[in-house]
Ligand binder design. Structure first.
Ligand code: SF4
Ligand code: SF4
Ligand code: SF4
Length: 168
């Protein structure tokens, strides 16, 4: 049991759960969320699922966030809180990992075609296939690029710079 708990703790430290958009900071979120699953039921793209401990988490393998905001009003304990219409939903940014096919010499532009923000561009190379490059300033963290990638090379990570700016 102890070993399993330690392993769980290690996993959590490496990959913190992705909460729904406009979630409070993790400690406040966990304190407020009643695990009622109202946000799970409200999400039209089905990306909010019941995660570890019964708390909601975002699963981009199921689709993308359209930032419709439908998950926020049903959250009566206000663990999800959108103080203004233009409040940033989160500080997630896509990251193209080492598994990318283009890095292995295989032509692939699937993620660029999936990205409605034009945040993924392809840099032509002499003697090789074009490489995917992320423009973090355009990326909204919507996750639309994650599921279509044939090798799931794209992760959605906290943009620590943005998170720090928001916390300042
Ligand atoms: S903003 Fe809309 S699409 Fe995004 S998680 Fe909430 S309900 Fe789902
Ligand atoms: S879809 Fe995946 S494999 Fe294809 S270019 Fe994008 S990150 Fe690489
Ligand atoms: S997370 Fe959304 S905006 Fe960012 S690169 Fe992927 S599809 Fe584009």
């Amino acid at each position: 049991m102890l070993r399993r708990g330690l392993l769980r703790g290690r996993v959590r430290a490496v990959a913190p759960a992705l909460r729904p958009p406009w979630a409070l900071a993790e400690a406040d979120f966990l304190a407020r969320c009643s695990r009622c699953d109202a946000c799970v039921a409200a999400c039209p793209t089905g990306i909010v699922v019941t995660g570890e401990g019964g708390f909601p988490t975002v699963d981009f393998s199921r689709g993308e966030c359209t930032f419709c905001g439908d998950c926020v009003p049903p959250c009566t304990p206000r663990a999800l809180s959108r103080p203004a219409a233009d409040a940033p939903p989160w500080s997630l940014t896509a990251r193209i990992g080492d598994g990318c096919l283009a890095l292995k010499g295989v032509e692939c532009r699937v993620c660029g075609e999936a990205c409605g923000e034009g945040a993924i561009r392809f840099r032509p190379r002499i003697g090789g296939v074009a490489l995917a490059e992320l423009d973090a300033s355009r990326c909204t963290g919507c996750g639309a690029c994650h599921a279509p990638c044939p090798v799931r090379a794209i992760s959605l990570d906290m943009n620590t710079k943005l998170a720090m700016e928001e916390g300042a």
